[in-house]
Design a protein around this ligand. Structure first.
Ligand SMILES: *Cc1c(COP(=O)(O)O)cnc(C)c1O
Length: 370
């Protein structure tokens, strides 16, 4: 028997979440962002759930090839564009659209031999200071691209640093609008947070209204809230697309003063039963989750005790007295009881975000699709 740990990808949740993103921006086309192997869910496994999107956005040629192998003939966008001249040949061959964010990428295009001109997304650095042309240099980059026979249509793009928090998008949006004013082409501005918070039916008070021809939801599609803990997934009507579960493979009865796990960080204050669960940090469960991190034991809310180790973690059985060897523990996602434990709640306990947990699901964990 394989080790009793299992991740489940929920097709219906992916479809539902995609509809939620669409509903927030009904006039926009949707890039389903499937970089990082669909945020750890698997490009092949999520395809049926996300194929209602208008296109797929990702980073790597290998992932783009996999989209084409799945039979997807629609738009595929490389969010970071190309890294070396040879990549452009693959763009031509696979019919990929690509971001252009720096002069080096324009040089590569100018030297590229192709019969079919490329559709490009010209990226502006509107204040985040990662990738993109500064507002001052944006128009010149557009003109250079426009003059290239290798380039077909040019779309305009930027990325917000604070769509999920109080600074909001107003300043970057104003910069983008001013620097792109009068330029033709479709606009793509909004990640999940910008889509839900600034375009949807529940706009955050006092924030600028946003138009975007192509939205770029990633995390929302997978059912995690981009602005947790201000809002949770339920607030946005999102459903978890990934459940991680493992069984209890050992039980211990503790007396007051007994300790649990490496470093003896947990000390029992009273007699208690604990379950030892076949999941550890080598499966992708964060080692930084302290005692008290929420879990569901047989669908009932409980907590971890002691340190997470490589292959095991430990849970308190007080709230599930009937639980024992073989009982199912839900680390995040949906339990058979119907109760849901948000990946965001677990991430917060570890001092991180749901994104990191789902992306870190380890290859050794078997994955099923339902
Ligand atoms: C990853 C990414 C997104 C998606 O962001 P979410 O917060 O997951 O919605 C959108 N745009 C770009 C450029 C990205 O790199």
């Amino acid at each position: 028997m394989p080790r009793p740990i299992q991740a489940t990808i929920h097709m219906a949740a992916l479809q539902h979440n995609l509809k939620r993103a669409r509903a927030a921006a009904p006039d926009a086309k949707v890039w389903a962002v499937v970089k990082a192997n669909a945020y750890g869910h698997g490009i092949e496994r999520t395809f049926d759930g996300l194929r209602g999107a208008d296109g797929f956005a990702l980073l790597e040629l290998d992932e783009a090839q996999r989209m084409r192998d799945l039979g997807w003939r629609g738009p595929v966008l490389l969010l970071e564009g190309v890294f070396e001249p040879r990549d452009l040949e693959h763009c031509s061959r696979l019919g990929l659209w690509h971001t252009v964010h720096c002069d080096e990428q324009i040089e590569m295009l100018a030297a590229h031999k192709t019969h079919a001109p490329h559709r490009v997304f010209l990226k502006m650095n509107s204040g985040m200071n990662r990738l993109g042309f500064t507002p001052q240099r944006y128009r010149a980059a557009w003109s250079r691209l426009d003059a290239l026979p290798q380039v077909d249509e040019i779309s305009l793009m930027t990325h917000f640093s604070d769509a999920d928090g109080p600074p909001g998008i107003a300043q970057q949006l104003a910069v983008f609008d001013a620097a792109s004013q009068g330029l033709p082409g479709e606009r793509s501005l909004s990640n999940s947070a910008a889509t839900l918070r600034h375009m949807g039916a529940l706009p955050v008070a006092g924030q600028a209204a946003l138009q975007s021809d192509w939205i770029r939801p990633g995390i929302a599609g997978y059912g995690s809230a981009p602005d947790f803990p201000e809002h949770d997934a339920a607030y946005w009507g999102l459903l978890p697309a990934m459940t991680l579960q493992a069984r209890i493979i050992g039980v211990q009865d503790l007396l007051p003063g007994d300790t649990v796990g490496y470093g003896s960080t947990f000390v029992a204050e009273r007699p208690m039963r604990i379950g030892i669960v076949a999941c550890g940090y080598a499966d992708g469960y964060p080692r930084l989750c302290p005692s008290g991190t929420p879990v569901l034991v047989e669908g009932v809310r409980s907590r971890t005790v002691g340190r997470v180790s490589m292959d095991l973690l430990t849970v308190d059985l007080a709230s599930a007295p009937a639980a024992g060897f073989g009982s199912m523990v839900t680390l995040w996602g949906r339990a058979a009881s119907g109760l849901t434990l948000g990946i965001d709640d677990v991430a917060r306990a570890a001092g991180t975000v749901g994104y990191e947990l789902m992306c870190a699901l380890a290859p050794r964990v078997p994955v099923q699709v339902d």
